[in-house]
Each structure stands twice: as structure tokens, then as C-alpha cells.
Write a protein that binds this ligand. Structure first.
Ligand code: ATP
Length: 269
């Protein structure tokens, strides 16, 4: 487990493919250093450091309450208490930036629990994702076409209310909504939660399609096996800090399980 985060990933091709995102600048990576975050006076994240290159998936795993959701939210500019540390996209210092600035700088967040609007239609939810450039109609239509190409069911169900759709379909909407913000980097919190297994596979296939098109992804998944399967590198968070990182080989689970499951859970894993 001696990998230096983000060091050896080759630059991906940004050409072609239905999942292609249009890069907004020459950013090559997202770098988070010594991030702190919490709620009021309670500090939950004490030292979170991570990086992801364009065209790369890294996973973030850890036991319940370790601080993963809080860390991703803080990176995206959602701060519930004073936060410290630095966040860069390429050369751009985004430390302490607002959620709007993060979106316009190329960062998207798909929060845990899919914060989409259940009484609104699929299309209305997708359009909301383009709020930072809502006057650029042609761009929005092109992006909608891309999202529909990625998840055809969202075109088919365009006029339906979101509340009546399955967990997997709602997750696709949440991802689609984030894509409408034109991210270069996406923070994805528990995309498999409440989603039928067959749709989990489909969602991950589509995510990999986006990554091949140049998207950089930080992924939180409760299943360590699935997190390792779908990422090239991993970070383990415990009590608000990174305690382990490395390449996502199947063997890595031997090192991760004792931290995430505790010694009593390892035999049962
Ligand atoms: P899980 O896998 O269960 O989602 P996590 O690693 O994502 O866990 P967080 O959701 O970030 O962890 O929670 C970290 C800690 O922060 C927990 O102790 C949790 O109770 C606390 N916490 C989360 N949200 C809030 C909030 N809105 N107000 C106060 N404390 C919170």
C-alpha cells in the first residue's frame, strides 16, 4: 500500500463516445488536502486528503459514520461548520468556494439518498442540474441528449413524476442531474443504495463509459468488493481521517476489512 495518490494514471482520450463530457479548462486533477469539516462545533472530518485524475475512478470506503458523506459534501462546497484544508481543480484554488462556484469550476456531487425532487418530472429534475448556465439553451439541449443517450429510460419517462420511479431510475436521474452541470469531476455517494442489483450493474457500466470519456470519479460504496472492482485506487477513512490508501487489487480487501469491519467482523466478511 505505498502508492502515491494520483501519480501514475495516463491521460485519457477525451474524444468521442456518448458519455463524453466537454472539459471547461485544462484541469487534469482534483486535489483535496487536509480537509476538515463538521457540524456546528462537532468536527467530523479531521484530515481528509485525496486526489483523482481525469479518466480515473477512486473509491472511498470506511465504516458507517466515518465521515465519508461529510467529506464529499465539504469538497462540493456544502459546509455546515468552518472547514479547513485546500481543494484544487488543476491550478484553480477552490478552497472554501461556494457550491455554485464548485459546479461552474467542474465539480459535481451526487449526494447520498438522491436529493432529487419527487413531485417534479424527470425532465424538470434534469433541467435543474443546468441551473448554473440556464440561459444557454443549445448547450442544455445537447447535454440533455447526452444524458438521454446514456440512460435511455430517462427519455422514455421524461414526463413522469420522479416519485413513482424505482430506486435505480431515481439514481440515474440524480447522476443525470449532476451531469447537466457539465462536471469534469464527480463525487458519487452510495450510488447502489436502494437500487436493484441489475440496475447497479447498468449504472456502473454507464459510469465507466463517462470515465472513458475523461470524467474523474470519487466513489463511496458500502460494498468494499464493489468499490475495489470499480476503482483503480482506494482510500479508507476512519474517524474522519484517511488511514490507508492503495491500488484497488482484490487482495487489498485483506488490509481494508480489519479497519472497516473491525477485528470481530473480518472472519464473517
Ligand atoms: P455512512 O456510511 O453511514 O453514510 P459516513 O462515513 O458517510 O457514514 P457521515 O454521514 O459523514 O459518515 O457521518 C459522520 C458523522 O457525522 C456521524 O457521526 C454522523 O452522526 C454525523 N452527522 C452526519 N450528519 C450530521 C448532521 N447533519 N448534523 C450533525 N451530525 C451529523
Amino acid at each position: 500500500m505505498t502508492t502515491v495518490p494520483g501519480q501514475s494514471t495516463p491521460q485519457p482520450s477525451l474524444a468521442g463516445g456518448p458519455g463524453q463530457r466537454v472539459p471547461q479548462n485544462d484541469a487534469t486533477n482534483l486535489r483535496i488536502d487536509h480537509l476538515t469539516a463538521g457540524y456546528g462545533r462537532v468536527q467530523v472530518v479531521s484530515d481528509f486528503t485525496a486526489r483523482v485524475e481525469q479518466g480515473e475512478v477512486v473509491s472511498l470506503v470506511g465504516r458507517n459514520g466515518a465521515g465519508k458523506t461529510t467529506a464529499l459534501a465539504a469538497v462540493a462546497g456544502l459546509r455546515y461548520a468552518p472547514a479547513g484544508g485546500t481543494v484544487y481543480i488543476g491550478d484553480k484554488n477552490l478552497s472554501g468556494a461556494s457550491p455554485n462556484t464548485m459546479v461552474t469550476s467542474g465539480l459535481g456531487l451526487v449526494p447520498e439518498g438522491r436529493r432529487i425532487f419527487k413531485e417534479m418530472t424527470v425532465l424538470e429534475n434534469l433541467r435543474l442540474g443546468a441551473y448554473t448556465h440556464r440561459r444557454q439553451r443549445k448547450l442544455i439541449e445537447d447535454d440533455l441528449d447526452r444524458v438521454h443517450e446514456l440512460f435511455p429510460i430517462l427519455a422514455e419517462f421524461s414526463k413522469r413524476e420522479v416519485g413513482g420511479l424505482s430506486g435505480g431510475q431515481q439514481q440515474m436521474i440524480a447522476i443525470g442531474q449532476a451531469l447537466m452541470g457539465r462536471p469534469q469531476f464527480l463525487l458519487l455517494d452510495e450510488p447502489a443504495s436502494g437500487v436493484a442489483p441489475v440496475l447497479v450493474d447498468e449504472i456502473y457500466d454507464r459510469l465507466h463509459q463517462l470515465v472513458e470519456g475523461g470524467l474523474g470519479l470519487i466513489l463511496v460504496d458500502q460494498s468494499i468488493e464493489r468499490a475495489l472492482e470499480h476503482s483503480s485506487r482506494f482510500y479508507v477513512m476512519d474517524s474522519g481521517t484517511n488511514v490507508l490508501f492503495g491500488d484497488s487489487s482484490p487482495a487489498a480487501i485483506e488490509d481494508i476489512n480489519p479497519i472497516v469491519l473491525g477485528s470481530e467482523g473480518v472472519g464473517a466478511a
